[in-house]
Design a protein around this ligand. Sequence first.
Ligand code: AHR
Length: 330
Amino acid sequence: MKKLIALVLALTLVLSASSAFALTIGFSQIGQESDWRTANTDNVCNAIEEQGWTLVYSDGQQKQENQVQALRSFITQGVDYILFTGVVTTGWDEVLKEVNEAEIPLILLDRIPSCVDDIEYAAAFGGDFVEEGKRMVRWLANYLEKEGRGEEEINIVMLEGTTGADAQVGRSEGILAELENHPNMTLVESQTGNFTRAEGQQVMETFLNSIDDIDVLLSQNDDMALGAIEAIKAAGLKPGEDIIIIGCDSVKAAFEAIIAGEMNCTVECTPLYADFLIPTIEGLEAGETYGRDIIHPEEYCYDAEGGIPYTEDGEALSIKAADVIDERVY
Ligand code: AHR
């Protein structure tokens, strides 16, 4: 009898620790190109598993065809929800319509496909990539002003993310739009570094070999900036001093580079979607609906000293990286 009571108690504990719903969630992830992506994968997958739900995870390895195959396989398996972020923006119409026809609730994460207006989805959470690009240039302009270099002719090189990715398209758009407001800043060269450290380093090497006077590197993610720092050091220059380096994502390694004086700023793009995702799935299970708005998380900007404006109204000020690095979870 005692054994039976102990067994019932243990079972009750296990059941109350896991979610009331038994769900199977298919997650089509892009790949593992950056620290951001690793943090995103861990955050989302761990949260699903902590709920006691079954996760069917697919790493697309940066290939659209792999992601299309994964989505079709989720349909065949009859998963309860599909989480999706696409390596590029275009080319998803057909497969996402198949998801809709199968009546599997689709949750869009991170990079939003260009066919978004033509498909059904249960909820969407993504980065405000255009705004992130604008923040990079606003921070730069205000920093140069503070340094007494506001009127100087400034030569900029840019490392772009994976060509055609929502994050690349949006950040490029934001950067170019904001540069229009600063005729003293010239974008002298721009190339893709595919959001990876290795390619960021290689492309920066070619920039340094072909361009004499680089004042600023705008890197569409931190990983490429970190690779570029190695190229700049190898060329005998001081990153963060001889070349101002601005990244995007706000990964811990970028904070370390800022504190070491080798990088100047990182504009935040959070990979931590679990706190949105889990309550949303629970809400959907309870019959709630979330409309068609794409939710953008609140994000900040980090640098060596803090106090530099980066929003259009000039009210939000950058945060000193050293003050918050210990709280950083990615
Ligand atoms: O889509 C978000 C972007 O993808 C991040 O900025 C980048 O690091 C990642 O690979």
